[in-house]
Design a protein around this ligand. Structure first.
Ligand SMILES: [Zn+2]
Length: 488
């Protein structure tokens, strides 16, 4: 007993003195999806990491009072095409502390990372991309700006470009392999695929690139070759191609945006993924909480008889600059021009199913908003899940939603980037990336008519110990975001 008293006295002496932490987040409901902690605690942050999680109050140089609020790990978005644009100014107010471009990826990886170094609000990272690599290999492109310019071009009257529709050649495939390997060496977090953007890619090409991924312990992020209701050449065929390559090579594989990838086959595609997991394969998926998709009108998705394949018509497709729906007359006009369209084609019940399904992660597929127009998912995805799917529709429980935005995406990347083991959790020693939100009010405001409306109910966001959102406003002059790279 005497010994116990002595130990308690020693513990009291070791308790933090005045201002022993740089930042304290006090009185919040701390949710840690790894330990399943869900209790009121005080968080002490020193430098860029979490130094204490305490039942008793802590003293810091700066204090955030989180009474009545949830304190969660910052949200990790595995799917953002808007990282390099001012998209992260919208995402950070949606609770995102790490935004990653994993589906499309890039070329050259080093140049993409260099663009953001020292300038980023949130943590960032990118894959070596199959499409950018194809543009480099087949169009002789060597710079990031040129690769991006090719991507945004409208339809050429003389025919589709070689990078997308040209068949796989032995020289092209050899060049692709070299480009992707060098992207992984430069810190690429895996290989990103948008297979239906390059219908010329042979089955052998895709298989060979899965082999590289396996050899380099790099995950695959896959947008399917086929997405639609067609019973033979639809979503199930697309999913089966990817799963066959995952099984045969053993490469870790992640299905992007399951809602638009699986269309009306949401349950069947999830059954395929879960079946593969049950047989020991490392296969996962993600979803964004909207019933409309968005992609370039010049995409291979709109080749041939796309209306029958996808089970939609011109009027389901929106042209964001004017908000008008397409027609037989305007479709070819806009296709020659090029630019993103919004496709209203998913069913609520399928999106509800995917958002609620255990193991399916939340990721935004954020896209830039030229002229303030475009898909709202890059602005409101995370608040939308917390406000509409957890609170209003009760599709899932709050701690499960937090896990789908934090721990699960961190675990997806730990094999390729060990630093991700310090994200997606709240425990002593991990990176101080934190989202503080009000579960009673958190909500998205971004709409298809007016996407540039930030989410509310997420008053504080911390990246690497630096407060980047305070009382709902972006703090000016702070750029704590760091690169997340393969092997680090
Ligand atoms: Zn996609």
């Amino acid at each position: 007993m005497k010994r116990l008293v002595w130990l308690l006295a020693l513990a009291a002496c070791a308790a933090p003195g005045p201002s022993s932490f740089d930042l304290v987040i006090a009185n919040g409901r701390v949710i840690d999806p790894e330990s399943k902690l869900d209790q009121v605690r005080h968080l002490g942050i020193s430098g860029d990491s979490i130094a204490a999680i305490s039942e008793t109050p802590l003293v810091g140089k700066d204090t955030i009072d989180a009474t009545g609020l949830v304190v969660a790990p910052g949200f990790i978005d595995l799917h953002s095409h808007s990282v390099a644009a001012d998209g992260q100014r919208w995402q950070v107010r949606d609770g995102v502390t790490t935004a990653l471009e994993l589906e499309e990826g890039t070329f050259p990886v080093a140049d993409w990372l260099a663009r953001l170094e020292g300038k980023s609000l949130v943590n960032y990272g990118v894959t070596a991309g199959h499409i950018p690599a194809r543009i480099a290999a087949y169009q002789g492109v060597t710079t990031l700006a040129d690769a991006e310019a090719w991507r945004g071009r409208g339809e050429d009257p003389s025919g589709p470009p070689t990078w997308s529709h040209g068949p796989t050649t032995p020289e092209g495939l050899a060049a692709l392999e070299k480009i992707l390997e060098s992207g992984l060496d430069a810190g690429g977090l895996g290989i990103g695929f948008e297979i239906n953007e390059a219908p010329g890619s042979s089955r052998e090409e895709i298989n060979r690139l899965f082999q590289i991924a396996k050899r380099r312990s790099a995950p695959i992020f896959a947008h399917l070759r086929f997405m639609g209701v067609d019973p033979i050449q639809g979503s199930l065929a697309g999913a089966q191609e990817v799963l066959a390559n995952a099984a045969a090579t053993g490469a870790s594989t992640h299905f992007v945006h399951l809602g638009s990838s699986s269309t009306s086959y949401a349950r069947q595609v999830v059954e395929l993924i879960e079946g593969a997991r049950a047989r020991g394969l490392d296969v996962t998926g993600e979803v964004y909480p909207y019933t409309a998709a968005s992609t370039g009108i010049q995409s291979g998705l709109f080749d041939g008889d796309w209306r029958a394949r996808m089970g939609i018509d011109y009027a389901d497709v929106e042209w964001p600059p004017t908000g008008e729906r397409l027609s037989e007359r305007t479709f070819p006009v806009f296709r020659r021009q090029g630019g993103p369209v919004i496709i209203h084609f998913m069913k609520d019940e399928n999106v509800d199913f995917l958002v609620g399904r255990p193991g399916v992660m939340i990721a935004s597929d954020a896209m830039p908003l030229p002229g303030g127009r475009g898909h709202p998912r890059g602005v409101g995805t995370f608040a939308r899940v917390l406000g509409r799917y957890v609170r209003e529709k009760k599709v899932l429980e709050l701690p499960d939603a937090v896990a789908k935005m934090t721990l699960l995406p961190a675990q997806r990347l730990e094999g390729v980037a060990p630093s991700m083991a310090r994200k997606g959790r709240l425990k002593v020693g991990v990176d101080a990336d934190v989202a503080v939100f009000d579960p009673a009010t958190v909500i998205d405001h971004a709409t298809f008519a007016n996407p540039e409306q930030a989410s509310t109910g997420i008053p504080f966001v911390v990246v690497g110990g630096t407060v980047v959102v305070r009382q709902g406003e972006i703090v000016s002059g702070v750029t704590p975001g760091r690169a997340i790279k393969r092997g680090q």
